[in-house]
Design a protein around this ligand. Structure first.
Ligand code: SAH
Length: 371
């Protein structure tokens, strides 16, 4: 429901939409027709859904809407990356980023306003947390970008991949994220193959198991360190779900979902986790399950105490992994001129956790000590 009392159809996956039409006394195929209008033709005006019959169109206009998020601001990078700031309720806003590459176009989507997990090297964490996004607010990001790009599912596909790597921890917003991923993968939705939809998580073990029961999307796991001691300082949720348990859950995921893949994300920070010894320890961990490593050069943001590793160090790190037979790639930094690179998304968060105040205080203390 929206504030206008109308049902936002973007909140419903195919099953939900069919149930909604059944309630209206309509046949299920009407739901399918409406889905095609929404996701294939990117139409949000019932009046233009011309194969629906006048009375149904009027009825829909009374009780429902197709309500994507408002675009507050958008910005293009010199490298073709495009970023949207989308308004949510109150003063909240989230960010969505499109990254074009020669053979694919990836949309990076947010799942929460802010994040509650407090990873020490991520700018979203410094802003605290407000709330989960609804299904409409998640799939609405794809809808807004698709409309801007002239995306036509099955024909002119500008968005070939979606990664849940924007603001927020997607597995903390399980049901809405799963429904939105259903719409991304549904033929009547955006029609993406499951492996082209990637969920990135900081490593919530029970939810990884729960995910394997419902979808076979690609899994990306934010590892960032080869030992519990170090990982707990970077990704605090590691204290609850240490590396052994996390890797076991990833192994169960690929065993249950043989078509899915697991990638481990490893952000390289100077002098923190980029020593050859870390690489060798990582190799040993990677022997436990079929997986790939994605090395991410750290993206700085105001107030951070971390720095990006030097290019030679990143190259050496990758070489150690490759030489040991571990598939490792370095993620190219995109859109950093518009603060759209990994870990730079900020949006606008009305913090309910007081974390942003603590961060500002810390920054202030550090700068006065430095002075
Ligand atoms: N909450 C999810 C999605 C986060 S964003 C998760 O934790 O996986 C996607 C990736 O960017 C994560 O691996 C995250 O750890 C990484 N990241 C966060 N801040 C970063 C920064 N400043 N530089 C580089 N990568 C960063």
């Amino acid at each position: 429901m929206t504030t206008t009392g109308k049902t936002n159809l973007l909140d419903l996956d195919r099953q939900g939409l069919r149930a909604f039409f059944a309630q209206l006394g309509e046949k299920p195929y009407r739901a399918d027709q409406v889905m095609k209008w929404i996701y294939h033709r990117l139409e949000n005006d019932f009046e233009r859904m011309t194969d629906l019959g006048k009375s149904l169109r009027n009825r829909l206009a009374e009780v429902a809407c197709v309500g994507p998020p408002n675009i507050l601001h958008e910005k293009g990078s010199t490298d073709g990356t495009h970023k949207w700031l989308l308004g949510m309720d109150g003063g909240n806003a989230i960010e969505t980023v499109y990254i074009p590459e020669p053979t694919r176009g990836t949309l990076c989507v947010s799942s929460q306003v802010g994040c509650a997990l407090n990873c020490t090297f991520c700018s979203t964490a410094t802003q605290g947390f407000n709330r989960n996004l609804s299904t409409a607010e998640i799939i609405g990001q794809v809808w807004v970008a698709a409309r801007h790009l002239g995306n036509v599912p099955h024909q002119q596909r500008r968005i070939t991949n979606v990664v849940m790597m924007g603001m927020g921890e997607p597995l903390m917003n399980f049901d809405s994220v799963v429904a939105a991923m259903n719409l991304m993968r549904d033929d009547l939705g955006f029609g993406l193959a499951s492996k082209r939809v990637t969920l990135s998580t900081s490593g919530l073990v029970p939810q990884i198991d729960k995910l394997s029961e419902v979808v076979d999307v690609s899994l990306a796991v934010s590892l960032h360190a080869p030992t519990d001691e170090l990982r707990s300082t970077l990704v605090p949720i590691n204290r609850k779900y240490p590396i052994d348990e996390l890797l076991a859950a990833c192994k169960r995921y690929v065993e249950l979902r043989p078509r899915a893949s697991v990638t481990f994300e490893y952000t390289l920070m100077k002098g923190i986790n980029d020593h050859p010894d870390h690489a060798r320890k990582l190799v040993r961990l990677m022997r436990r399950l079929p997986s790939k490593v994605n090395l991410i050069p750290f993206n700085p943001f105001p107030g951070t105490r971390y720095e990006r590793s030097d290019p030679e160090v990143i190259e050496d790190f990758r070489r150690i992994l490759n030489n040991a037979g571990v598939i490792a790639t370095v993620r190219r930094t995109r859109g950093d001129d518009i603060d759209a690179a990994c870990g730079q998304l900020k949006g606008q968060v009305l913090d309910r956790t007081r974390r942003s105040a603590t961060f500002r205080k810390q920054m202030h203390e550090e700068s006065t000590h430095a002075a």
